[in-house]
Design a protein. Structure first.
Lengths: 222, 222
């Protein structure tokens, strides 16, 4: 009987994209209400719908959830993508925090001043290839399983695939030194729910362009 | 039978302080290793002990845990400070994430340039009094219970009392408009484990001073 979750955000990736990925991977249909103007944001604030005056906000199971990590944790647990016990959850949390840090760098890149873009892009590529990807490559190598934790698809795998694809948009051959991640990417992309999300017409949002940056700056005064 | 958790970080608050608070509030004794030189840090990286080459590091239950949120979630889960079900966990997560955003401003404050300090201090005060504290004041008023979630002591309460005391160090009268939070502060401060942590000689660290800032920059700056 449950209603579909309803996502409130701008019509672009930002902090909501990981939530779209996770819901889609879990096979959960969702609705979206896009914030297009400052007035749309003010209305949500004035309605008391935003606990800390911020989006993302996801209406789910009678709650108006805010704070990206809280929302993701809830979805992961609800749809059995959070491991089987506390220790598996700990590993998933650690891995997800790493991919969050990497994707955070990529997310902010279009908002950086033009003269720092090249330097920041170089830093992203350096971090991806020397700090983050080696960790996941090694994890897969050490246990030889298809998935990062507990030999079962989890939030960590979905988040990693999202990070890999975002990093490839920065540098197409960024996985060249990571054979296991290449295989992981191939396997995980073929999971039916994820394959569907990766096809045109899904609710996946395109990379952030200058037009979207301008809209976000206007709505949020940044 | 595992030994006490072992914390590796600089000898100051930073991102480890919330972990110290949570362990202390849960009545868990822990050991600390302090980073004082760049060489110590580089050795940790070389030894492969830091998953993403970063601290905090907490050795607990056979794991070398990194990523502050992952560590806190594990401790909260292990010591029954994470609510009784998924929905209570969702509330705790939302509250904790909001408080973390406020604490992040304070974390970064000692590292801001002198000319920005007054503006940043004003931002901290503004956010505390307009965005964050009103939420928790309202929560406590609405249910009239002693604790934020589920009428039971949780991670959210620990994080909030830490935030209140930390903001008060910078803005002494910050709770003047929040009678529920004033009462909450007294109640939490008098809980035996927290009372002990607030006494001199506990592992609680003092606010960042110039010497701490210098040490951190020396160890971590590239």
């Amino acid at each position: 009987m449950a209603e579909k979750p309803k996502l409130h955000y701008t019509n672009g990736r930002g902090k909501m994209e990981s939530i779209r990925w996770l819901l889609a991977a879990a096979g959960v249909e969702f609705e979206e209400e896009f914030i297009g103007t400052k007035e749309d944001l003010e209305k949500l604030r004035n309605d008391g719908s935003l606990l800390f005056q911020q989006v993302p906000m996801v209406e789910i199971d009678g709650m108006k959830m805010v704070q990206t990590r809280a929302i993701l944790s809830y979805i992961a647990a609800k749809y059995n993508l959070y491991g089987k016990d506390l220790k598996e959850r700990a590993w998933i949390d650690m891995y997800v925090e790493g991919t969050t840090d990497l994707m955070g760098m990529i997310m902010y890149l279009p908002f950086q001043p033009a003269d720092t873009k090249e330097k920041n892009l170089a830093l992203i590529i350096e971090r991806a290839t020397t700090r983050y990807f080696p960790v996941y490559e090694k994890a897969l190598k050490d246990h030889g399983h298809d998935y990062l934790v507990g030999n079962k698809l989890s939030w960590a795998d979905i988040h990693l695939l999202e990070a890999i694809l975002m990093a490839e948009e920065c540098k197409p051959d960024i996985l060249s030194a990571f054979p296991l991640l290449q295989a992981f990417k191939g396997r995980t992309s073929n999971i039916p729910t994820i394959k569907k999300f990766l096809q045109p017409g899904s609710q996946r949002k395109p990379p952030t362009d200058e037009k979207f940056v301008a809209i976000v700056r206007k709505i949020f005064n940044i | 039978m595992s030994g006490k958790p072992r914390l590796t970080y600089c000898n100051g608050r930073g991102r480890m302080e919330t972990i110290r608070w949570l362990l202390a509030a849960a009545g868990v004794e822990f050991e600390e290793v302090f980073l004082e030189t760049r060489e110590q840090y580089e050795k940790l990286i070389k030894d492969g002990v830091l998953m993403f080459q970063q601290v905090p590091l907490v050795e607990i239950d056979g794991m070398k845990m990194v990523q502050t949120r992952a560590i806190l979630s594990y401790i909260a889960g292990k010591y029954n400070l994470y609510g009784k079900d998924l929905k209570e966990r969702a509330l705790i997560d939302m509250y904790v994430e909001g408080i973390t955003d406020l604490m992040q401003m304070i974390l970064m404050f000692p590292f801001s340039p002198p000319e920005a300090k007054e503006k940043n201090l004003h931002s901290i005060e503004e956010r505390a009094t307009n965005r964050y504290f009103p939420v928790f004041e309202k929560v406590l008023k609405q249910h009239g219970q002693d604790f934020l979630v589920g009428n039971k002591f949780s991670w959210a309460d620990v994080q909030l009392i830490e935030a209140i005391l930390t903001v008060e160090e910078k803005v002494p009268a910050v709770l003047s408009g929040f009678p529920q939070l004033q009462a909450f502060k007294i109640r939490m401060s008098n809980m035996p484990t927290i009372k002990k942590f607030l006494q001199p000689g506990s592992p609680r660290k003092p606010p960042a001073d110039e010497s701490y800032v210098e040490t951190v920059l020396k160890i971590f700056k590239k």
